[in-house]
Ligand binder design. Structure first.
Ligand code: SAH
Length: 259
């Protein structure tokens, strides 16, 4: 028997879904397109038989879903995170069409990266802070009068494009990803870096947490654009640690000689 999972390491992540029927319908949409790794972040009503009924022959995907508390947990091991969004946000992010999204996912998958595809709440989508944990956003173009698809329909469109991109086999858009000499940093490492960066900017008096403006958002967007690798994140963390030491009394202030 052929495996139902054509994309091991590619996760569909549904955030705080209210209706269990949507979870089932999303599972079916996934399995139809060869994806089976479903992660539910804090679902409001799960487990629920309505999810299994709506899944039809994808009940295995529903029963196999991983349930976690936070988006951070869901994406911690992902090197590529793409967030879906029905509307324009205040600070625009690198935006993909569904087709480009499919190509990015397949290229990353072929490069053995773990991928997270984030879908939001039926009522209000993804929060800005969740969207800012993504390298890319994807919007499904719609008629002007009504841009918000049903959650499972959005999952269907994106998963369809992932499978089409695999069939087309010409994923040029991110080919350089595969030629990179080091693995890309995963989301957990990048989030530690942002926390460290923010704390250091506060320490040196550059950033005022009482009046944050959009500083951290803009810095996230900057670093997201370069797909930071594991070595680079370690270098940057080491650099921040050196700055942290400068501020501490009793610690050496001279730069350390590198031998
Ligand atoms: N009312 C919400 C939309 C929620 S729709 C809002 O204004 O943001 C539920 C989810 O389906 C969204 O979070 C997103 O993951 C997906 N979705 C719906 N329409 C979409 C579209 N046009 N493009 C991309 N994703 C969409």
């Amino acid at each position: 028997m052929t495996s139902a999972n054509l994309f091991p390491g590619v996760k569909v992540i549904l955030v705080e879904t209210s209706h269990p029927g949507n979870i089932g319908a999303a599972a079916r949409a996934m399995k139809n397109m060869g994806l089976t790794e479903l992660v539910l972040v804090n679902p409001l009503d799960f487990p629920n038989m309505k999810a299994v009924f709506r899944a039809a022959s994808a009940g295995d995907v529903v029963r196999g879903a991983q349930v976690v508390e936070t988006v951070e947990e869901a994406i911690a091991d992902c090197q590529l995170v793409i967030g879906t969004s029905a509307r324009e946000r205040r600070i625009p992010w690198p935006l993909l069409s569904p087709r480009e999204c499919g190509e990015k996912v397949v290229t990353a998958f072929e490069g053995e990266q773990k991928v997270g595809l984030l879908f939001g709440r039926e009522s209000r989508g993804l929060k800005n802070e969740e969207l800012q944990q993504c390298q890319f956003h994807v919007n499904i173009p719609t008629g002007e009068a009504y841009s918000s698809l049903n959650l499972a329909m959005a999952v269907q469109v994106i998963c369809y494009e992932v499978l089409q991109a695999k069939h087309a086999g010409n994923n040029d858009s991110g080919r350089s990803d595969q030629e990179w000499d080091l693995p890309f940093a995963d989301s957990a490492a990048v989030e530690y870096f942002y926390d460290h960066l923010e704390a250091t900017l506060i320490q040196v008096g550059f950033h005022d947490p009482e009046n944050p403006r959009q500083l951290m958002t803009r810095l996230r967007r900057l670093f997201n654009r370069v797909r930071i690798d594991r070595m680079e994140v370690n270098i940057l963390r080491g650099f921040l640690t050196a700055i942290n030491r400068l501020g501490k009394p009793g610690e050496p202030h001279e730069p350390q000689e590198k031998g």
